[in-house]
Each structure stands twice: as C-alpha cells, then as structure tokens.
Design a protein around this ligand. Structure first.
Ligand code: NAD
Length: 450
C-alpha cells in the first residue's frame, strides 16, 4: 500500500515517520518549500522528542517528502493533516483543507485504482462528507465505488507525539463506505500488531468521528477551566490553597487527577481553537452551548491573573522590568501558538513594562512575534536579574530548581508570581519574597505551618 500524507506539520510529519518506521511506503507533501527542504535534510521543523532521530532513519528509504502533488498520484490512501486554524470570529478556517483537496483531485483524476481519502485534521461535523464530494466531483471518481472516505481524528499530545502515535488509547474511524472503512481498519490493525499493542478501534459515522475529537478537547478544556475557577475562589478564601483542595477532589475515582491543575489557562494549537470552533458550530445549528462558552470565557481571562498580582504590588507598571520564565504553551515543545506567554507579554508592553524572557526551546518563535520589543535572555538567571517581578508561565523542569534565595538575591524587588504552582509558597514567603500563586489565598494571612 502506498500512503500519501498532505501537510507535514506536527501531525503529518509524526504520522509519516511513524508509518515509515514500521515498513510502510510513505510520501509526504507540503506546500511550504522551506519546511520540506529542512525535512529533506533530516531536521524536523519543530521540536518533538525522538523525531529527528527516527526521521533520519526512514528518510529516502520508506519516507519521501516533496512539494509536488504529482508524487502522490499513485498512492492508494491519502491522509489530510493540514492546519485548521480559527477565523477571527472563532469559526474554523478551512482554506487549507479545500486547497489540498482540489490539488489532490487533480492528481487522482480518472485513476483506475480504488482510492481512500482520510481526513485526520480536526474538522467540524459535516466537513469530511463535503470534502469527499468535492474530491469526487473534480477527480471524476465515483464516491462509494472508486473513491472512499474516512474520518480518523488525531489525539496526540505535542511533546509526546511519537509515543501517542505508537500507543494511542483508542483509534476512531468514521466511515462513509464499508470498503474504505475496512481498508483503514486493516491498516491500523497491521500497524499496531507490528508494535505488539492493538488499541481499541471504534468505527462509527463520519460526523460522529468528527464530533469525538471536539467533545474530547472540550472536555479537557472544561477540566482546566474548572480547576482555574476553583483556584480563583480559593484566592478569595482565607486559609485556602487550591492545590490541597484539588488533590482531594482528584482522588475521587469518578473524577480523577488529570487536567485538574490550576494555572494561567490553556494554550496551544488545539484546545483554544477547537473550543471556539465548537461554539461557533453549535450556534450555526441554533444551539447556544452555554457550558462550552463558559469554559472559553474563563480561559480568556485567566492569563491576566498574573498581571492583576503585579498590579496589587505596583499601581503602575510603567518603567518596571518584568521577567517571564517560559514561553512555550507547555513544557517539552517549542510551540507558542495561542501560548499564554504571548498574551501576558502583549499586555505588559501595553502597560509600559520592560519585558525580559527565557525559554529552553521557544525563543526563536517568540522573536518572530515581538522582535526587539523585548529582551531575550540566555538563562533563567539572566531573566531574573534586576527585575521588579518574575512570572513563571511554563513549568519547565529547569525552573523548578531555582531556589527562593536566588530570586531574593538577584531581583531588584522580589515579587514572584507562580503561574503554574511549581514552588512551595512557604519557602518563598519565609525569605520575605512577595509571592503570589494561582489558587493561593492572596493575603497569605493563614499559618503556613500546615
Ligand atoms: P501544522 O500547522 O503544524 O501543520 C500543517 C501543515 O500543513 C503545514 O506544514 C502547512 O504548510 C501544510 N499545508 C497547508 N496547506 C497545505 C496544502 N494545501 N497542501 C499541503 N500542505 C499544506 O498543523 P498541525 O499541528 O500538524 O495540525 C494539523 C491538524 O491536526 C489540525 O487540524 C489540528 O487541529 C489537528 N491536530 C493537531 C494536534 C497537535 O497537537 N498539533 C493534535 C491533534 C490534532
């Protein structure tokens, strides 16, 4: 079976490398020349643990990459993994999807073999069916007999992309027709049998599969916004620390601990845009999704908690120097799409503060956004030095071990805001640091001995 992949981003490149590493013949297409050139040299355009090494193993053996769609003319199945970002109104931007389908249709035109379109991009319900119809119309292949369509949502986590591709907790296949459904189920069974671990494979309708992805992401987002809501209540409640509250809540097996940590909100390329797209889709169907709207609203406000803490200490941030530790939307990635750090930096600049930043991987991406408006530091220590406040935004391990004495010694005025609950408040308060943490009672009047 010859497999094509359209879109070599986080999802497409990881998928291509994973399939090729298990012996499948894969051709990856992307319209971005620079990206393809980099991949051809064995360098992933983004950071993902283990990906460069595996890419170099499979490149020009089982994996070929190109910008030329005619390379996928003879493929039997094509995964579409192009981006589906948000429009300014929150609806899904499907420009890349439609463009890729038109290009694919032109190379599959009048083919004699049975072809399968697999949509892996996250798409609002009804999209795969519409894309399949368009592909059929332009290519002349009859849908159902010469052409099949499948929706196969992706659940990988950035930072764990390869692991999640090899060991997913489930595979979802939305089917237009039985034949294409059987082919893709067979492909995944074969792939996972090579790994020695076949996950549950759930088959359903196209629209159901599309909705599984949105429901999953909305649920995860809901847990985060819930944790942040309880955190915000704890901040107003004497003697309260949300960490203790949520730890006890999460031990209930009906609830569980995952995605129940307080912070400055969720970011990244998926949760924010998927929550907004689901809201927009529901409204289009004349349904007001009150719960999902609240999840989004809580998240929109949460990053600015960090600024509120600063404004409790300094009425005016003009001329103050603020250090930001962590720029990526989460640790172990260089992705800054919809990152909380970007929102905080924008606001700080607007309020007249001078901003110094550090991140182990994401600095180059942030430079493209802010240029010389902020200071890029080589180390966390340089970032902390001579500041009037430090906000810990991403919970990278290297920030964990910076002790309160270092903050106290280096900062012009020791005000530390722990946006990810990495530090022990007692240790910081003991050292005379003005310490604020998401979900910790703001006035710290309670005994810190417990
Ligand atoms: P990405 O932006 O990293 O990659 C998309 C790629 O598609 C880019 O390299 C772009 O150049 C390419 N592209 C755009 N138009 C093209 C065209 N017409 N032909 C060929 N290539 C084209 O996106 P991503 O993060 O990999 O996400 C892809 C999809 O998967 C999205 O729908 C996303 O919501 C979904 N998804 C992402 C993740 C994740 O963690 N990143 C997880 C699950 C699902």
């Amino acid at each position: 079976m010859k497999i094509g992949i359209i879109g070599l981003g986080f999802v497409g490149l990881t998928l291509g490398v994973a399939l090729a590493s298990k012996g499948y013949y894969v051709i990856g297409i992307d319209i971005d020349d620079e990206k393809v050139e980099k991949i051809r040299k064995g360098v992933s355009p983004f950071y993902e643990e283990g990906l460069n090494e595996l890419l170099q193993d499979v490149l020009n053996g089982n994996l070929y990459v190109s910008t030329n769609y005619s390379m996928i003319k003879d493929t039997n199945v094509v995964f579409v993994t192009v981006g589906t970002p948000s429009n300014p109104d929150g609806s899904q931007n499907q420009t890349y999807l439609y463009d890729s389908i038109r290009r694919l249709a032109n190379v599959w035109k009048s083919s004699m073999d049975y072809k399968v379109l697999i949509v892996k991009s996250t798409v609002v319900p009804g999209t795969t069916r519409r894309l399949a119809k368009l592909l059929s119309k332009i290519s002349g292949l009859s849908l159902g007999s010469q052409l099949g369509a499948v929706m196969n949502p992706e659940f990988l986590r950035e930072g764990k992309a390869l692991y999640d591709t090899f060991y997913p907790c489930r595979v979802v296949i939305g089917c237009y027709d039985q034949k294409s459904c059987d082919i893709i189920e067979g492909l995944w069974k074969d792939f996972y049998s090579k790994i020695g671990n076949i996950p549950p494979i759930l088959k359903m309708g196209l629209e159901e599969a599309e909705l599984v992805k949105y429901a999953s992401n909305a649920f995860l987002a809901m847990r985060i916004s819930f944790a942040n809501t309880i955190a915000n209540i704890c901040e107003k409640t004497p003697n309260c620390d949300v960490i203790k509250v949520l730890e006890a809540v999460g031990l209930d097996p009906r609830i569980g601990k995952q995605y129940l940590r307080p912070g400055l909100g969720y970011g990244g390329s998926c949760l924010p845009k998927d929550v907004k797209a689901l809201i927009h889709y529901s409204k289009d169907k004349s349904y007001e999704p009150i719960l999902i709207k609240a999840v989004d609203s809580v998240n929109e406000m949460q990053p600015y908690k960090a600024i509120e803490y600063l404004l409790m200490v300094y009425k005016d941030l003009r001329g103050k120097t603020i250090g930001i530790l962590g720029l990526a939307f989460k640790p172990n990635t260089d992705d800054v799409r919809e990152a909380v750090s970007i929102k905080i930096i924008r606001k700080l600049l607007k309020l007249g503060a001078k901003v110094k930043v550090h991140d182990p991987l994401a600095m180059e991406h942030v430079k493209k956004i802010f240029g010389d408006k902020i200071i890029y530091c080589k180390s966390p220590i340089d970032t902390i030095r001579d500041t009037d406040g430090v906000i810990l935004v991403t919970e990278w391990d290297i920030y964990r071990n910076i002790d309160p004495t270092t903050y106290k010694k280096l900062m012009k005025s020791p005000v530390v805001i722990d946006g990810r609950r990495l530090y022990d408040p007692k240790e910081f308060i003991k050292k005379g640091i003005r310490f604020y943490a998401v979900g910790l009672y703001v006035n710290h009047v309670f005994s810190l001995s417990t």
